[in-house]
Design a binder for this molecule. Structure first.
Ligand code: F7E
Length: 352
C-alpha cells in the first residue's frame, strides 16, 4: 500500500506531537516543521516528540517557519505531502497582546504562505490542508458557540486566527483548494505548555506533595472554558481531513467550567480542599486543613480584554464525522497530575 505523507507545522507543540504519533500509528510518513530555536532548545523543543517516541525512521524534521514564504514553499515542494496540518502558531492569548505583529505573522500570514505555496506549485489537486482555527475567534458572542455563531474576537490572537480562518475559507471557495478549518475549543493534556492555566495549576498541585512553598499566582478565576483532551482533538483533525468534502468543524467537549472550578478540582484530586477568602485582587485560596495560602491573585495574569464564556457545540462534527470525545475531564486531569508527579520525581533524581 502506498504510504500517505503528512507535513505538520508546529510539530513540537502539544497537538503536533500527539498528531505525529497518531499519524505514525496509522502508517503515515510524517514530516515535521520546527523552528530552529525549538530544535536548539532540545530539552523543551523536542521533549514532547521524545516522550511520544515520534523520532524514528518514518519521521523527518525540517527547519522552518511558516512566516517565511520561501521556506514553507520549498519544504512543501520537497516533501510533496498528501496532507498538511498547519498547527504552527503563537498560541498564548495573553502574549499576543504584547507581540500582536508577530502573532499576525505566524497565525495569519503563516496559513496564507501555505495556501499560496500549494497554489503556485500547482499542488491543489493532491494536497489537503488543515488549518488550526480556534474558539478564541468567537470572543464575546453568547455561549454555546458553533460553526454558525458570529465571531467577535477580543485578543490579537483571536483576530489573527480569524484572519487565517477566512483565508482558508476564501482559498477553498475561490481556488477550489481542499482546506478545512478545525475550530478547536481549549484542549489540554500532560503535554500542555506550563504557561497555560490548566498545566500551571496541575504542576503546582503535584509539587505540593514535596512540601509547601509559595502560593500559586493566578489571574481571572471567573473565566469559563470548555476543556477537552488534546488526544481526542488530534483524532478529530485527522477525521476532518478524511471527509468527502472540505468543511469547517467545531471540536469541543460540550462541558464548561470556570478557572476557579478547575483549580478546586485539581487540588481536591490530591486531597486538598480550598477555602476561598476575600474578593477581587485580594482573594486568597487557603488550604482548609493547614491554613496555608495556596492561591493568590496577581493582576499581571489578567488580560487587557477578558473572554468570559466559551462553551462549544460540536454537533456538526458528531453528525458528519462521527467524532466524539472519549477522554473525560476527570481522566484528563488525572493524567496531567500523574504526568507532573512523574516529571517532578525524575527532576528530583537529577534525571529531568
Ligand atoms: O487561559 C485564565 C485566562 O491561557 C484560560 C490556547 O490554547 O485556548 C487557549 O487559550 C483562562 C483565561 O488558555 C491564569 O484569563 C487565569 O480566561 O490556559 P489559557 P486560553 O487563553 O483560553 C484557545 C482555544 C486557543 O486557541 C489558545 O491558543 O484562564 N487565567 N489565571 C489564566 N491563564 C493563564 N495562562 N495563566 C494564569 O495564571
Amino acid at each position: 500500500m502506498v504510504q500517505k505523507k503528512a507535513l505538520i507545522t508546529g510539530v513540537a507543540g502539544q497537538d503536533g506531537a500527539y498528531l505525529a504519533r497518531f499519524l505514525l500509528d496509522k502508517g503515515y510518513e510524517v514530516h515535521g516543521l520546527v523552528r530552529w530555536d525549538s530544535y536548539v532548545a532540545k530539552r523543551d523543543g523536542l521533549r514532547r516528540l521524545n516522550l511520544l517516541e515520534v523520532l524514528g525512521p518514518y519521521f523527518s524534521i525540517h527547519y522552518g517557519d511558516v512566516s517565511d514564504a520561501h521556506n514553507i514553499a520549498s519544504v512543501i515542494k520537497s516533501t510533496k505531502p498528501d496532507e498538511i496540518y498547519n498547527l504552527a502558531a503563537l498560541s498564548h492569548v495573553q502574549v499576543s497582546f504584547d507581540v500582536p505583529a508577530s502573532s499576525f505573522d505566524i497565525n495569519a500570514h503563516g496559513i496564507l504562505n501555505i495556501l499560496e505555496a500549494v497554489r503556485c506549485l500547482d499542488m491543489e489537486e493532491r494536497v489537503r490542508i488543515y488549518q488550526a482555527s480556534s474558539s478564541e475567534m468567537f470572543g464575546k458572542v453568547p455561549a454555546p458557540q458553533n460553526e454558525m455563531s458570529a465571531m467577535q474576537p477580543c485578543s490579537p490572537y483571536g483576530v489573527s486566527k480569524l484572519a487565517g480562518y477566512h483565508l482558508a475559507r476564501l482559498y477553498r471557495e475561490s481556488y477550489g483548494l481542499w482546506v478545512c478549518n478545525g475550530i478547536l475549543f481549549n484542549h489540554e493534556s500532560p503535554l500542555r505548555g506550563e504557561d497555560f492555566v490548566t498545566h500551571k495549576v496541575t504542576r503546582y498541585v503535584a509539587e505540593l506533595e514535596h512540601g509547601y512553598q509559595k502560593p500559586l499566582s493566578l489571574g481571572n478565576l471567573e473565566a469559563i472554558r470548555d476543556w477537552g483532551d488534546a488526544r481526542d482533538y488530534v483524532r478529530g483533525m485527522w477525521m476532518m481531513m478524511q471527509a468527502e468534502e472540505p468543511d469547517d468543524f467545531v471540536l469541543a467537549s460540550g462541558q464548561a467550567l470556570s478557572v476557579r472550578a478547575f483549580v478546586d478540582a485539581a487540588f481536591s484530586s490530591l486531597g486538598y480542599q480550598i477555602e476561598w477568602r476575600g474578593s477581587g485582587l485580594d482573594e486568597l485560596g487557603v488550604d482548609a486543613e493547614t491554613g496555608n495560602v495556596l492561591v493568590k491573585i496577581d493582576e499581571a495574569f489578567y488580560r487587557p480584554l477578558e473572554l468570559d464564556h466559551l462553551l462549544g457545540d460540536a454537533s456538526k462534527a458528531k453528525d458528519i464525522l462521527a467524532w466524539k470525545p472519549e477522554i473525560g475531564f476527570e481522566q484528563m486531569l488525572r493524567d496531567m497530575i500523574e504526568h507532573d508527579r512523574k516529571i517532578i520525581s525524575l527532576e528530583g533524581n537529577g534525571d529531568g
